[in-house]
Design a protein around this ligand. Structure first.
Ligand code: CP
Ligand code: NVA
Length: 310
């Protein structure tokens, strides 16, 4: 079986293939052509954290593929409390064809996947958000002239070296995108993610760079990406992080340090006035809502690929 536990799981060729399936499914949807690839199949959507985009797009995506989905809210299953993670997995595999899970720990993702014979898709953990990264690069490819044109392009991520940042690094390495990160001291990406993606950078020729100076980091950016300073589960650190990250805000002044026309990206939800200002998020170069739209198309590609129906 195929899982998507971490953004680095698929090979360079598989990532290209999924991007192509996603683009094809998007084009067919726009033409009104049905794509019942998952007819008669069911997907479980397990959430330990809130969601707008992820819940909507997996649910709609499965519907558009001819399948069915069942949503489980954070309060419903209480994995590891009401029932062990492995018992949840052993139940789900008896009814469903595929599962997506949004969890706190990456360990829960791995434990679910290890205990099921059916595919598991990580729909955000504290460490990774692989579906988001696939949607983000699909969006960038649309804006920059196709997936093949992503090689040698520069994506700069400003802010917390978190789940989003990790998955962007991993998928960027596979697509040949030069990824630059700028974070405060102690808040950069995990070394394990950099190490795991080093081989892909060698294969595709992608570069990785880090700078504590956000202005230096965006100097040659084709796109400037940011995410919240306090992620879900870190709410009690909000005030502390707001101080530490204050000079890492993506605002008009920072965008002036980037090349003219640099795109602004955000996975959403945004904390407007914190990590990003309204003028940038609502500005002419913002592609945040295109990213949100492409969550649907990217995930349909991932679902079809792991189920082996496309
Ligand atoms: N970007 C994203 O995953 O949004 P939700 O938390 O609303 O699903
Ligand atoms: N880093 C954010 C991403 C939300 C989609 C979080 O984990 O809350």
């Amino acid at each position: 079986k195929k899982d998507f536990r971490r953004a680095g799981d698929f090979s360079i060729e598989e990532v290209a293939r999924i991007m192509a399936i996603s683009a094809d499914l998007k084009a067919k949807l726009k033409r009104g052509e049905p794509t019942p690839l998952c007819s008669g199949m069911s997907m479980a959507l397990l959430f330990e954290k809130p969601s707008l985009r992820t819940r909507a797009t997996f649910d709609i995506g499965m519907f558009q593929l001819g399948g069915h989905s069942v949503y489980f809210a954070p309060s419903e299953i209480s994995m590891g409390k009401r029932e062990s993670v492995s018992d949840v997995a052993h139940n789900l595999e008896r009814w469903f064809d595929i599962v997506m899970a949004r969890t706190f720990t990456q360990k829960t993702i791995d434990e679910l996947a290890d205990n099921m014979s059916i595919p598991l898709i990580n729909a955000l953990s504290d460490e990774e958000h692989p579906c988001q990264a696939m949607a983000d690069y699909l969006t960038l490819a649309e804006k920059l002239g196709g997936v093949d044109n992503l090689r040698g392009r520069n994506l700069t991520y400003i802010g917390d070296g978190n789940n989003i940042c990790h998955s962007l690094i991993a998928v960027g390495a596979k697509l040949g995108v030069n990824v630059t990160i700028s974070s405060p001291e102690g808040y950069g990406p995990a070394q394990s993610v950099l190490d795991a993606s080093a081989g892909d950078r060698e294969s595709t020729g992608a570069a990785y760079a880090f700078s504590h100076d956000p202005h230096e980091a965006v100097a040659s950016a084709d796109a400037v990406y940011t995410d919240v300073w306090a992620s879900m589960g870190q709410e009690e650190e909000t005030a502390k992080r707001a101080k530490l990250f204050a000079t890492y805000q993506v605002n008009a002044e920072l965008m002036r340090s980037a090349p003219d026309g640099a795109l602004a990206m955000h996975d959403l939800p945004a904390h407007r006035g914190e990590e990003i200002t309204d003028d940038v998020l609502d500005g002419p170069n913002s592609i945040a809502f295109d990213q949100a739209e492409n969550r649907l198309h990217a995930q349909k590609g991932i679902i079809a690929f792991v189920l082996g129906v496309a």
